[in-house]
Design a protein. Structure first.
Length: 288
């Protein structure tokens, strides 16, 4: 009886902690959705309501004009396009370059491989603000456009991460695969892109999605490099420059609607590739 009561208590405690964590993680997103469906009068109601309600009658009432407003805002739509271009290009370049570097670091023998790995790891530890001023001076000297500047600056952080993670996956691949390919007459490049690269698909999806999310949400570099070229602003910067219909009005509902719309593509990508993401995160965890 004591064991059964202890097990029940543990289960109750476990599910309680799990419920607290789930609520803690999901409530901000839920509150953003609810706030995006409220008018200014509903947002000013006290106490705040967990469901949009009419300020006069108290009935449930959804206000959808916030979503219409953001899509009629040329800056927001342009920001979506810019973010898609910059994040996609950054991800593709990071995966292309990172996979070649990871193959060399994981499967080839050369002097200085271990120091190179530590240098790559150290690059992921630098805060963005420490390299911003120097990078901005380099970008100005090269006279690059804002979009290209953001793509190359984002690679400073996505490429080391991609290379480091993919290197561990290439190390886990059996050496016999390369040896068999060499016996069959395959060149190292053919072995890489025809045999080894497809085997690392879960890792490519995982690192690619994380790189895309980082580039999609980046704000500091985007704000700096688009200060001269407002047409190249990405979504996070475009949301900052939202203005209300009247002077000194804070368009909180529109900002929440924009935040929801920006989050939806990331959620869709995670749902589409969730199996490969799980496979990529758990690959190599158990050795047979």
């Amino acid at each position: 009886m004591r064991r059964q009561s202890k097990e029940k208590l543990r289960k109750i405690l476990f599910y309680f902690v799990l419920a607290v964590i789930v609520i803690y993680l999901l409530f901000p997103f839920y509150w953003a959705i609810v706030s995006s469906l409220k008018s200014e009068a509903q947002l000013n109601m006290t106490p705040a309501t967990l469901i949009p309600r009419n300020p006069n009658t108290g009935e449930i009432s959804f206000f959808t004009r916030n979503y219409k407003a953001i899509f009629s805002n040329g800056g927001f739509v342009r920001g979506l396009i810019n973010s898609t271009i910059v994040a996609t290009c950054t991800t593709i370049l990071a995966l292309l370059t990172g996979s070649f570097a990871a193959f060399a670091l994981g499967k080839l023998r050369f002097k200085g491989k271990t120091p190179a790995l530590y240098v790559i790891l150290a690059m992921t530890m630098f805060p963005q603000v420490t390299v911003l001023s120097g990078l901005y001076a380099v970008i100005n000297a090269l006279n690059l456009s804002a979009r290209i500047s953001m793509i190359f600056s984002y690679l400073l952080f996505t490429l080391p991460f991609t290379t480091w993670v993919l290197t561990s996956f290439f190390k886990e691949l059996p050496v016999e695969i390369m040896q068999s390919a060499q016996v069959d007459g395959a060149t190292p490049f053919q072995t890489f892109h025809l045999i080894l690269l497809p085997l690392t698909a879960p890792a490519l999806v995982t690192t690619g999605l994380l790189s895309f999310i980082q580039a999609w949400n980046e704000y500091l570099f985007a704000l700096t490099f688009t200060s001269i070229d407002p047409s190249a602003r990405t979504v996070p910067v475009a949301i900052q420059f939202f203005s209300g219909e009247f002077a000194r009005q804070e368009p909180f509902g529109e900002i929440m609607a924009a935040a929801v719309m920006v989050t939806i593509p990331i959620v869709i990508l995670v749902l589409i590739f969730q199996k490969r993401i799980v496979a990529g995160l758990t690959a190599g965890a158990v050795k047979g």
